[in-house]
Design a protein around this ligand. Sequence first.
Ligand SMILES: [Zn+2]
Length: 157
Amino acid sequence: METQGTCPDCGDADESVYHALISCTFASMFWQCFNELYNIKLPKLHPATWCYDLLDNLICPVANCGPILCGMRAVWTAHDERRHGERNVNLLQACRWAKEISYDLIASGEYISGKDCPQVMKWNSPPASVVKVNVDAAFHEERQQGAIGVIIQNEKG
Ligand SMILES: [Zn+2]
C-alpha cells in the first residue's frame, strides 16, 4: 500500500488510500453521515483487499456499490481540497454529491444498455471447434512497465 505522508485530515502518519477513504476520521464521519442519510452502509473492508471486497457482492450489495464508489470519490476530493488548504469542506454536501452522481451514472448506464440504443454490442460465442482470441496490451513509457491481456473463449465461453 502506497504511503504519501501525513494525513491533512487527522494528522495520522498513514496517508494511504485505504486510510484516506475508509479509516480516517473524516472518512468515518462521511460514511456515518452517508448511512444516516441514505441507508447505505460502507461494509467492513479488509485493508489489503478492500478494492476487491467492494466488487464482491457477498460483501457489498450490488445496489450499494455505485453509491459507495462515488462516495469514495467525494471523500478523496474533500481530502485533496484540505491538502491544498481548503478548510470549509461540507460533509453533507459531499454526501449529496456522491448520491446524485451515482444516480446519474446508474441512469445513464440504464440508457446505454437499453434495447433502443444502437451502440449495444453483445458477445456471441464462436461455433464448436473454433475459439475466439482477444488480445490487448498497454505500455507506460515513464514507468517502463507494460501489460498484456489475452482471453481465449470457445463455444461455451
Ligand atoms: Zn486521516
